[in-house]
Write a protein that binds this ligand. Sequence first.
Ligand SMILES: *Cc1c(COP(=O)(O)O)cnc(C)c1O
Length: 222
Amino acid sequence: MSIKNNIQNIKSQLPKHVILVAVSKTKPVSDLMEAYDAGQRVFGENKIQEMAEKWETMPKDIQWHMIGHVQTNKVKYMAEFVDLIHGVDSLKLLKEINKQAQKHNRVINCLLQIKIAKEDSKFGLSITDAKSIIESQLFSEFKNIKVVGLMGMATFTDDMIQVKEEFEFLKSNYNDFKKLKTKNFELSILSMGMSGDYQLAIDCGSNMVRIGSSIFGARNYN
Ligand SMILES: *Cc1c(COP(=O)(O)O)cnc(C)c1O
């Protein structure tokens, strides 16, 4: 199957309200262009430098999403162009994104990454920590960021009952957080679901799926 066919197949299965992020990390620009030519405009990367290089060479109507863990000292390399940062997991990081966004006269959209998996290796905030960030004085002063949603990654397991519970947990908290609307906190995006679990994620209320290997094939990290 070609990248074009994969995109078309997946798109035809997605409900209209679900946004497809094509996760193109490690893949060459030629692969991304194949997806672009099939109409794809939203791409997700997990390394800031790699994303910046692709942004420089590719058409300017692409929306670039940072889906990986973000180091504070690297925010400056994407502040000019990034469309949405999925993996925001601290007040310190929000502060830096706000500062760098201000330099470019932009408001950068962010998702708070919530830890929903049972494994230790996954990044993310607890619901309690997310709440205290949102309610902090500092957060309310940030004019150049906007938190527009939540992101979560389920446990890497074949146990779909567990995965479903994790997605449902995030959806229910998303519904609660949606009620807290402020100038820089207004939720409309629930980013959950990858190649192996996106159908389930959508059933549980996701409206943004991050799909890599089902579009571009398996990744080779060598
Ligand atoms: C790599 C990655 C994906 C895509 O994974 P696939 O299983 O290839 O679809 C989605 N989300 C995040 C955060 C990722 O790092």
